[in-house]
Design a protein around this ligand. Sequence first.
Ligand SMILES: Cc1cc2nc3c(=O)[nH]c(=O)nc-3n(C[C@H](O)[C@H](O)[C@H](O)COP(=O)(O)OP(=O)(O)OC[C@H]3O[C@@H](n4cnc5c(N)ncnc54)[C@H](O)[C@@H]3O)c2cc1C
Ligand SMILES: NC(=O)c1ccc[n+]([C@@H]2O[C@H](COP(=O)([O-])OP(=O)(O)OC[C@H]3O[C@@H](n4cnc5c(N)ncnc54)[C@H](OP(=O)(O)O)[C@@H]3O)[C@@H](O)[C@H]2O)c1
Length: 458
Amino acid sequence: MATLPRVCVIGAGSSGIAGAKALLEHGVPFDVYEKSDRVGGNWVFGNRNGMSSAYRTLHINTSRERMEYSDFPMPKDFPDFPHHSHIARYFDDYVEHFGLREHIRFETGVEHAGRGEDGVWEVRVEGGDVHEYDAVMVANGHHWDPRWPEPRFPGSFSGREMHAHDYKGPEDFEGRRVVILGMGNSAMDLAVDASYVASETYLAARRGAHVVPKYLAGKPIDQPWRHGRLASLVAHPRVPWPVRQRLLEKTLAEHVGRMEDYGLPAPDHRIGEAHPTVSGRILDRLAHGAIAPKPNLAELRGDRVAFADGSEVEADVVVYCTGYKVTFPFFDEDFVSAPDNDLPLFRRVFHPEIPDVFFLALLQPLGATMPLAEAQGRWIADYLRGEYALPEREALLDDIRREREAMFKRYVRSKRHTMQIDYDQYLWDLERERRAGAARARDAGFPLPVPARAGVAA
Ligand SMILES: Cc1cc2nc3c(=O)[nH]c(=O)nc-3n(C[C@H](O)[C@H](O)[C@H](O)COP(=O)(O)OP(=O)(O)OC[C@H]3O[C@@H](n4cnc5c(N)ncnc54)[C@H](O)[C@@H]3O)c2cc1C
Ligand SMILES: NC(=O)c1ccc[n+]([C@@H]2O[C@H](COP(=O)([O-])OP(=O)(O)OC[C@H]3O[C@@H](n4cnc5c(N)ncnc54)[C@H](OP(=O)(O)O)[C@@H]3O)[C@@H](O)[C@H]2O)c1
């Protein structure tokens, strides 16, 4: 076998470690650079990289069996929706179990990664050292760079304005009058937390959401195989989305009812046309009168907040749960960037113009990211070994175009819906694509698409 290309993996969160494991198992040489002193990224509460958006009360909202890697089950004594501390421990155990730690350079952030005309990557890390690589696997996460409202609301506020990223725990809201903006999962969790300790909690939104409970009939809702044969059959990716959507609508109509009945705005879209808002508790807190729903913010007026319906409340804290920006601080912006969170990629992994940069979990699934990053890692490893060949350029660009058209058609127009995928469908399609690409590689005689050119240190 020819010498395989050497890969730089940026980040040792749940995606980077899954990618690293795939490279290790496929014999592809690599180094992982990690800014922090430990693995787990977002799931390390108070992570010293300053990038984690976790808060004291955070539990996952994709169930344990949806989130675990395929060959490393979470311990059976973990609850269905474990606490962030369980999840961080799980990633640590994964790295230990598969012998990945020695491949990770901790407290060594990548400052700059640039690709020369000869295809060799120069990677400058904290401390100034520069290393050469043949390929770069990007796993720096996309839930750490806060997106504040754009444009900012008019007026000024004399209390505290904060983003969900900076929320640490209920103590931030103790005894205060809190306005929370957004209808995503951050807004749900923070509103519920506030509702127990704040003197007043308002939940403001510019658009309604279909709130999905964590459980249905005593079982995690995202585990169709535990809801009987019919649910498993209908949830299968080969069943057309409109059929699945109708079943989901019927189920939620029976078990949850209309959002308006809880005082929330009626969603302006059907279920599955926005990133899922999952909460087992928000509707209960609304029903108890512990959270007052409001429309969008209109203006900040000193110690008061005015809403789009003309109402006004006194407030101490305004929390913007308005999502995150996709950024790659180590790439020159005109080289690779994602303006408005949009970076077109082939199946969310391969860049159409650069054959040796790959992205892990740069997507928003209806489901968990970990098994997806794991499958993507294996796919990239196949490619680097010459055992998978990409489609011809025109077919690849067509594929990207079709996928984007379908996504933008299905989802509500928003900066949060630029890379939505359906977990089961994605894995299903990925497996088919891997097989098709394996046949193409075999027909071509297994050439290496990325030659090994880089020295280890410049
Ligand atoms: C509050 C919250 C709750 C969530 N809940 C769920 C959930 O229940 N289920 C789910 O599937 N997803 C959830 N997500 C999505 C979340 O993005 C994933 O769970 C997961 O953290 C993605 O892992 P990652 O490795 O891609 O990114 P991260 O976890 O962000 O890890 C990125 C890693 O890269 C490192 N890094 C970044 N830049 C550099 C650099 N320049 N050089 C070196 N290292 C660098 C960081 O230090 C970090 O360790 C949640 C997100 C948030 C914000
Ligand atoms: N417990 C958990 O597991 C958990 C907890 C928190 C977060 N998460 C995950 O973390 C990721 C980020 O979630 P998130 O809730 O922080 O962000 P998000 O999903 O991007 O949601 C942002 C919300 O803010 C609204 N918004 C954005 N800009 C606005 C503006 N200018 N004015 C008014 N409203 C605005 C959006 O409305 P539009 O829809 O109209 O754009 C949306 O309701 C998601 O993947 C989520 O699943 C998980």
